[in-house]
Design a protein around this ligand. Structure first.
Ligand code: SAH
Ligand code: SF4
Ligand code: F3S
Length: 444
C-alpha cells in the first residue's frame, strides 16, 4: 500500500449491538495492520467510518443524521466516508442513491477488504476524482479467526464466538444483514481468551446473535463456556444474546455450578401470546418459556433474568398485548428492553403480514410495559438492600468522578462514593447495599 509518511487518520463510530462493538475492534485491528492510525478527534480524521445497525427504523435515522453532518464536513475538506455493518449490507441501493458522499460500503463479512478499499478511495481522492467501492458479499465461512481484536480497554473483553443467524424470526433483519450461522474454532476462541487475560481483562463476554446455538464438531455452547471460564486470570464470563430454544440442561448446569460464569441470563421473550409467537416464528410457546424460566430458577436460585419484548407486532390485539403484560407480571424480569415493532424491508413479516398497528397504539403498549417493568425492577433491586454483595469495579460513575460504578455478578450496576480504599477498575470489592432504584443499587 502507498501511504503518506504520516499515516492516514481514521475515526470510527459504532452503532447497534455488542456484535458491532466487537466488529469495530476487528476493523481497527485490520486497518492498523495496514498502516492506518486512529483518532477520536473528528476534525483531524482523513477517513470517517460508521459501523451501522439496521434493527429498527430509529437505528437508520441515527445514521442518516450523522451522514448529514459528514456531508457538511466533506464540503470543507477532503474526506473519505465509509459505511460499514448491517445497514450497509441491507440498504446498499438506498444508501448509494440517496447519499452521494459515501465512498466505501462494507458489510459485516467483508472487513478484510476494507484496508484496500479505503486506500483506493484515498488515492483516488488525492488524484482529484472520486471512486466508490463496495464489498457486500456475505460469507458462509468468515469468522475472522486469527484477527486479534484491537480492544478498547476497561474490564471487559468481547469475544465473538459465532456469526450470523439461521432463525429467520419473521420481524428480524439480522439473518439478511449478517448471513448464515457459523461458529468459530474453539481453540482460537480459547487462545483469544488467554490473550485477553494476559492483557489484564477480568471479564469475557461471549457474543453471537444466537450465541447458545454455538457448535463446532463435538463442542457445544456449554462445553465452550466452561472451557473459557477456566482461563486463568479471568474472573467473570458472560454471554449474549441467547435464544430460548437452545438451553439444554448441561448449559444450565454449567451456569449453576461454575463460579466464574455469571448468574445472569438474557432471555428474549418478544411476546406473551402464542399466536403472536407463532407469527414471529420464535419456535417456542409461552408454556415452553414459563417451563424454561422455572427450570432456570430451580437450578440457579439467584439468577438475574432480563428480556426483550416487541409491542404492536402485526395484528396484535389488546387481549394479546394483555397476555404479554400478564406474563411480564408473573415472570418478574430484572429488566426488559421494550420495543415498538418496526417493519424491516424484505423480512418474512414485511412480505406476509401488514404492519397494521398504529404508532399511537404501539407507543401506549410500550409505555404500559415500561411502567410495569420499572416497578418490578425497582422492587427486585430493593431486595438487595441490607445485603453485602461482591462487585467488580468497572469505572468512574457517569454522574461523578468521586463515585465508582461496578457490577454485581447478575450484571446490576452499583454506585458508591470513593473512599480511602485504593480501588482500581478490575478489582473486586464487597459492599453493603443501602439503597436501590430501577436503574442501580447504591452501596456504602
Ligand atoms: N438475536 C437476538 C436478538 C437480537 S435483536 C435474539 O434472538 O434474542 C435485539 C432485539 O431487538 C430483539 O430481541 C427484538 O426484541 C428487537 N427487534 C428485532 N427486530 C425488531 C423489529 N423489527 N422491530 C422491533 N424490535 C425488533
Ligand atoms: Fe433476529 Fe431471531 Fe436471529 Fe435473534 S434469533 S437475530 S431475533 S432472527
Ligand atoms: Fe443492529 Fe446488526 Fe446488531 S442490525 S442489532 S448491529 S446485528
Amino acid at each position: 500500500m502507498t501511504h503518506k509518511t504520516t499515516p492516514h487518520l481514521v475515526h470510527i463510530e459504532t452503532f447497534g449491538c455488542q456484535m458491532n462493538e466487537s466488529d469495530s475492534e476487528l476493523v481497527r485491528s485490520l486497518l492498523k495492520q495496514d498502516g492506518f492510525a486512529f483518532t477520536d478527534d473528528r476534525e483531524r480524521a482523513d477517513v470517517m467510518l460508521m459501523n451501522t445497525c439496521a434493527i429498527r427504523e430509529n437505528a437508520h435515522n441515527k445514521v442518516y443524521g450523522h451522514l448529514g453532518e459528514l456531508h457538511a464536513i466533506k464540503k470543507e475538506r477532503p474526506l473519505v466516508v465509509g459505511v460499514l455493518g448491517c445497514m450497509a449490507q441491507s440498504l446498499k441501493d438506498e444508501l448509494t442513491k440517496k447519499v452521494p458522499l459515501i465512498d466505501v460500503l462494507a458489510g459485516p463479512d467483508a472487513y478484510r477488504q476494507l484496508p484496500m478499499l479505503i486506500s483506493n478511495a484515498l488515492q483516488a481522492q488525492e488524484q482529484g476524482f472520486s471512486k466508490k467501492a463496495f464489498a457486500l458479499d456475505l460469507s458462509e465461512y468468515e469468522t475472522y479467526d486469527g484477527v486479534m481484536p484491537d480492544r478498547e480497554g476497561g474490564t471487559n473483553a468481547w469475544i465473538t464466538v459465532m456469526r450470523g443467524c439461521d432463525n429467520f424470526c419473521s420481524f428480524c433483519v439480522v439473518p439478511y444483514t449478517r448471513g448464515r450461522e457459523r461458529s468459530r474454532d474453539p481453540q482460537s476462541i480459547l487462545a483469544e481468551a488467554q490473550q485477553a487475560a494476559a492483557l489484564g481483562y477480568k471479564q469475557i463476554t461471549l457474543l453471537g446473535q444466537n450465541v447458545n446455538s454455538y457448535r463446532s464438531d463435538d463442542w457445544d455452547f456449554a462445553k465452550l463456556i466452561l472451557a473459557v471460564a477456566d482461563t486463568p486470570g479471568i474472573e467473570r464470563v458472560r454471554f449474549t444474546s441467547p435464544h430460548p430454544k437452545d438451553f439444554p440442561r448441561p448449559l444450565l448446569e454449567a451456569i449453576a455450578t461454575h463460579p466464574k460464569i455469571c448468574k445472569h441470563i438474557h432471555l428474549p421473550l418478544q411476546s406473551g401470546s402464542d399466536r403472536i409467537l407463532d407469527l414471529m416464528g420464535r419456535l417456542y410457546t409461552t408454556d415452553d418459556y414459563r417451563k424454561l424460566v422455572d427450570q432456570i430458577r430451580q437450578l440457579i436460585p439467584d439468577i438475574v433474568l432480563t428480556t426483550d419484548i416487541i409491542c404492536g407486532f402485526c395484528s396484535e390485539t389488546d387481549e394479546e398485548f394483555n397476555q404479554t403484560y400478564q406474563l411480564v407480571e408473573q415472570v418478574r424480569f430484572h429488566s426488559a428492553f421494550v420495543f415498538a415493532y418496526s417493519e424491516r424491508k424484505n423480512t418474512i413479516a414485511a412480505r406476509k403480514y401488514p404492519d397494521d398497528i398504529s404508532n399511537e397504539v404501539k407507543s401506549l403498549r410500550v409505555q404500559r410495559l415500561v411502567d410495569l417493568q420499572r416497578e418490578i425492577g425497582a422492587a427486585l433491586n430493593r431486595d438487595y438492600i441490607g445485603q453485602r454483595v461482591p462487585i467488580l469495579v468497572e469505572r468512574d460513575a457517569t454522574r461523578s468522578p468521586d463515585q465508582w460504578m461496578g457490577k454485581t455478578d447478575g450484571n446490576i450496576a452499583v454506585i458508591w462514593n470513593k473512599g480511602t480504599e485504593p480501588l482500581q477498575p478490575g478489582m473486586f470489592t464487597t459492599r453493603l447495599i443501602t439503597d436501590a432504584t430501577t436503574a442501580a443499587l447504591f452501596a456504602e
